[in-house]
Design a binder for this molecule. Structure first.
Ligand SMILES: [Zn+2]
Length: 283
């Protein structure tokens, strides 16, 4: 399941094909994905120019010159493929139409963007650009991890007095937007905090220390995505999925990577989701 760094990688891969370009024709091959597509989506996209391609949490937002914004959510298995040619950037032959190619954007300069989603947990929607923050998927979201309003004082304030495990608090999208299971495990490992610790029982200085660690972990993953993007550009035009080395995530039973620790990565289930951690390093 793509998390914030994967979505950001896809966004960056789409920028040269979408930003400043117009959609010559939108092809919508079914009425819905996870939810129904908006009315007349193909008509509302056809002819529109994309002024800006941005991201909010795990959503890619294309601000159109029609006053509307296209929301793209990759869901569990959504894939973005680019084909055609942008001189100096990439050249991929258009692939044969494939099963699960649900939406195809034929761009004005000849490139093509295909949204393929086998499991159909993805979504697309259209909304007025000025109401984007009020869209039901984005309304309750907390600050972005890289934004100024996500800072030490803010996080200490939000976790203060909370009886929930710190893992759940960091996964709460109302506290910080876009953090998912994988990267929360990695952040807590770097912070040396046990995922089951009650959020409100952690010293303020340690909570404050989570803010730079969250940014560091995400930045590293985005950088890894950037290098994968260069590889993908040489390969087949599929954006966004990359192998990334994790310290604890998915490593149950393997040795802790902290030099001299000697511990073994453990797994517990919290709120139905796996938490990976080192019982020696994380208290
Ligand atoms: Zn350890």
């Amino acid at each position: 399941m793509p998390e914030l760094p994967e979505v950001e990688t896809v966004r960056r891969g789409l920028v040269p094909v979408m930003e400043g370009q117009h959609i010559a024709r939108a092809e919508v091959n079914r009425p819905d994905l996870r939810w129904p597509f908006p009315d007349r989506m193909a008509d509302r996209l056809t002819g529109a120019a994309i002024n800006r391609l941005r991201r909010r949490s795990k959503y890619i937002l294309a601000d159109l010159d029609t006053g509307e914004t296209l929301l793209i959510h990759l869901g569990m298995s959504g894939r973005m493929l680019i084909s055609g040619a942008i001189p100096g950037v990439f050249h991929y032959d258009h692939p044969a139409p494939a099963k699960h190619d649900h939406v195809v954007l034929h761009m004005g300069q000849g490139a093509r963007i295909t949204f393929n989603d086998a499991r159909r947990f993805g979504a697309m929607d259209l909304m007025g650009t000025h109401q984007a923050e009020d869209h039901w998927l984005m309304r309750g979201l907390g600050p972005e991890p890289f934004a100024n309003d996500f800072n030490e004082d803010y996080l200490v304030g939000r976790l203060k007095g909370r009886n929930t495990p710190v893992k759940s608090a960091l996964l709460d999208q109302g506290i910080v937007a876009g953090l998912g299971n994988i990267y929360v495990c990695e952040v807590l490992y770097r912070a040396g905090i046990h995922p089951a610790r009650k959020a409100g029982r952690i010293a303020a200085a340690r909570v404050a220390g989570l803010v730079p660690l969250i940014r560091q972990v995400l930045e590293e993953a985005i950088a890894a995505g950037g290098s994968s993007l260069r590889d993908y550009r040489q390969a087949d035009g599929e954006l966004g999925y990359f192998q990334h080395g994790f310290a604890v995530y998915g490593r149950m039973g393997e040795p802790c990577v902290t030099p001299g620790c000697g511990g073994t990565v453990a797994r517990i289930v919290q709120s139905g989701r796996s938490s990976f951690f080192c019982p020696r390093c994380q208290r």
